[in-house]
Design a binder for this molecule. Structure first.
Ligand code: 1QQ
Length: 374
């Protein structure tokens, strides 16, 4: 972000000459191993995304190391979907490992705390799934290669309106999580713009498993669609219970829905779900087919959006390092905010000085258990 938005100025920034090399761009050579940290939720509630993120990022780092000139070492930490563990992981990477930059964490709910620490320490952090409002504004060391939920919903709701002819909808949201609560604000704004009436508005909390009170109101209202802002933990029982209660209305959601794990857990109940997100297996973006094939070969499963974004982050960091052939924190910070139209598997992507990403969202519908572009 611009100086005016910086919440805390970095304490100090030291420069290690061994981390700056010779040559530029593809010809950059750096003698010292460049340490990159990653903090993902590899266990507990957000592991549905963290597992893919670790795989995607590792794959990118291996490819970059094979390309030569710069040797990256990836130091990976599990935050166990907990704010305290996420803070401890950032602290370890910053103080002990002295990494040049950090990728992650998985959830916005953790990023609001960990990014304040990274900003204070002067360590660039690049989010790959932190979609809530206000993330890049935390400071000038904070970036994201993660489609903001606002952008995903601003695409998925109009697309759903066009496909389904929406007039009256129910909005159900998790009011306890920072990402889902922030998305609820966006949903309300987009519905208003689109002249779609909210006839039921109900909230619940992240760990809830029983939704009959909210769903009875939805069933009584005869809505054209249900707009849902939830993490997969609540989405799965909620959608299943909705179908069991005889609610057949299509369900529309954002980034968190763009997950094969979710589709698997929902079984047949995922049919017709409409999702807005950062990546599609069906997108004909540069390198996408090759990425999918290589990923399948390496991990024995298909990648998802979270893998694709983490993979892209590896390349964006490499671009930022190569720009001045300098892997010091300060140089990475300066150059991450100058990425103009990088042609990625997510499509053309840019990151501005304020740390915000610009890319086209993909709206998909789940048909026969598969994501198809709408
Ligand atoms: C956020 C998200 C989550 C759904 C990522 C897994 O978008 O917390 O911002």
């Amino acid at each position: 972000a611009t100086a005016a938005c910086v919440s805390e100025e970095p304490a100090s920034s030291s420069s290690d000459s061994a981390l700056s090399g010779t040559g530029t761009g593809a010809d950059c050579t750096i003698d010292e191993t460049v340490k990159l940290g990653a903090v993902f939720s590899l266990t507990e509630a957000a592991a549905f995304a963290g597992g893919y993120q670790q795989e995607g990022l590792k794959m990118a780092i291996d490819e970059l190391n094979a390309a030569g000139g710069i040797k990256y070492e990836l130091i990976l930490e599990d935050d166990k979907t907990s704010v305290d563990d996420s803070v401890a992981a950032f602290e370890k990477l910053i103080e002990r490992d002295k990494v040049s930059a950090i990728v992650g964490p998985t959830l916005s709910g953790m990023a609001f705390t960990t990014y304040t620490d990274a900003q204070y320490a002067g360590v660039p952090a690049l989010g790959v799934s932190t979609t809530a409002e206000g993330i890049p504004e935390i400071g000038d060391y904070i970036f994201r290669a993660s489609l903001p939920e606002e952008v995903a919903l601003a695409a998925s709701i109009p697309a759903a309106k066009e496909t389904l002819g929406l007039e009256k909808v129910a909005v159900l949201y998790d009011s306890a999580d920072e990402f889902t609560a922030s998305a609820f604000n966006t949903i309300s704004d987009v519905l208003k713009e689109q002249d779609i009436e909210i006839v039921v508005e109900e909230s619940f909390e992240t760990a809830d498993t029983e939704f009959s009170a909210q769903l009875t109101k939805v069933a009584d209202a005869d809505v054209d669609a249900v707009i849902l802002s939830a993490l997969p933990g609540a989405t799965v029982p909620l959608v299943k219970q909705a179908r069991d209660q005889g609610i057949t209305a299509p369900i529309v959601g954002g980034n968190a829905f763009n997950s094969p794990v979710l589709v698997g857990l929902l079984e047949g109940a995922s049919e017709g779900l409409i999702v807005g997100g950062a990546w599609s297996a069906a997108a004909e973006t540069t390198g996408n087919a090759e990425f999918i094939a290589n990923y399948n070969e390496l991990y024995g499963r298909a990648p998802d959006q979270f893998a694709a974004q983490a993979y892209t982050a590896g390349y964006l960091l490499d671009q930022a390092v190569r720009a001045d052939c300098d892997a010091n924190r300060e140089a990475i910070k300066d150059n991450l905010g100058q990425i103009l139209e990088y042609d990625s598997i997510l499509g053309p992507i840019s990151i501005d000085e304020g740390g915000e990403v610009t890319q086209e969202p993909f709206v998909q519908i789940i048909r026969d258990g598969e994501f198809t572009i709408l």
